[in-house]
Design a protein. Sequence first.
Length: 129
Amino acid sequence: KNPGISKKDEIQKKRKKQGAVAEDGPGELTAEEAAEQAAAMRSQIHLFWGNMLFERSQVEFKLGVGDWRKNLDAAIERFKLAGASEADISMVLKNHSSNAGVAEPDEKKAASVDSEKISDDEVKHLVES
């Protein structure tokens, strides 16, 4: 498979080889092709939803509002549903704002941020669960 080719292009290429596409445009999808497209779309939806929840958790963490961990946990679930690998999920968790150094000099905020930091053990547990 060529990673630069979209799923739709891949299916059309496969159908051309089988002679299923008329010169005037694409024909009807087979049940298998429709199922493949639906699965790919579901995966993309879960991935985009997970990204949105992840970004929201980062903003909430930085602002110190809301339950950012709840959104981070929900994002992890969406990434798993999208079929993301454990290595990818682990890398995303390590890149979360809660693991970054504190850029603000406010000592109270720095202390609370350090206490909320995600440990490596928590990352491993979140990925495996």
